[in-house]
Design a binder for this molecule. Structure first.
Ligand SMILES: [Mn+2]
Length: 279
């Protein structure tokens, strides 16, 4: 790993409300990376009692952990970021940092069964992991938006494998023309590559919430949703994207194991991350 690439372990689980296995899942993934390279860890609270403030569960902890991540990014100023989470609420700092660093020339592919596009006041669960993309797009809680390094515009965002979106999220994607590719439509990602080329982006952020995978082949997530990518298809897809663009950021999130062995299907996605960091 060169000095300009940052591997970040951010085991935040508070965005899921109460799923501490996301914490342990991130540590398991990190262990695989750390056979090869060092990751920087953002310290997170393990206190189970979380208050709802400003319509977000665990708000105070989440914002504190966000500020710590921001400090780390400011200090290291990486050119590339690998993010090992944790819940999807770990994304605002790494994505907004890279978007600023690449001056808006960054397409963000959101591989996720969910939209992560809720506003705090619209979220039935108040769980922040359903809200990070909306905040990255500049809507939601003011203090979180202000903590971000930059804002995305809707034309930078593509949802891949999204199939369990709330009504308000569907309305938002339609209003802003955010494309939503099903696993079938994405295939091995040629249509995604073509779309991003057509818009003219050179740099890419790949958000990988493991619930984008079909639970028949990978059920070890907090919020499984019927359908989705199979393992080989997703792995081919990531490779096709990385071959066509400069990969600036990559995350692996929401691994919720019930036993350590559950990690074995993740090998292609960990190898992909190792390759990314080594370049
Ligand atoms: Mn998600």
């Amino acid at each position: 790993m060169t000095g300009e690439n940052l591997g970040l372990l951010f085991p935040q689980w508070q965005g899921s409300g109460d799923n501490l296995s996301l914490y342990y899942g991130s540590q398991l993934i990190a262990k695989e990376f750390e056979r090869v390279c060092k990751l920087e860890e953002v310290a997170v609270s393990l206190e189970k009692e979380l208050c709802v403030e400003r319509n977000i569960r665990g708000y105070e902890t989440i914002i504190r952990q966000m500020v710590d991540t921001s400090g780390l990014l400011n200090e290291r100023k990486p050119k590339k970021v690998l993010l090992v989470g944790g819940d999807c609420g770990t994304e605002p700092m790494p994505v907004s940092y890279l978007n600023k660093r690449y001056d808006g020339d960054l397409a963000v592919i959101w591989f996720d069964a969910h939209g992560d596009l809720n506003l705090p006041e619209e979220s039935p669960s108040r769980h922040f992991h359903g809200m990070p993309l909306r905040h990255l797009l500049g809507e939601g809680d003011n203090l979180i938006i202000e903590a971000c390094f930059s804002q995305l515009s809707p034309k930078q965002v593509v949802l891949a494998g999204g199939r369990d979106l709330d009504k308000a999220e569907v309305n938002f994607t339609e209003k802003h023309n955010i494309p939503v590719f099903s696993a079938e439509e994405a295939g091995e990602c040629d249509p995604l590559v073509e779309l991003i080329k057509r818009i003219g982006f050179h740099n890419l952020y790949i958000h990988l919430d493991l619930d984008v995978l079909n639970p028949n082949c990978f059920p070890h997530v907090g919020l499984p949703a019927t359908g989705g990518f199979n393992l080989g298809q997703l792995s081919d897809c990531l490779k096709a994207l990385a071959k066509s663009f400069n990969l600036a950021g990559y995350s692996i999130l929401e691994f919720s194991p019930s036993k350590p062995d559950d990690i074995k299907e993740l090998k292609p996605f960990i190898d992909f991350g190792l390759h990314f960091l080594a370049e």
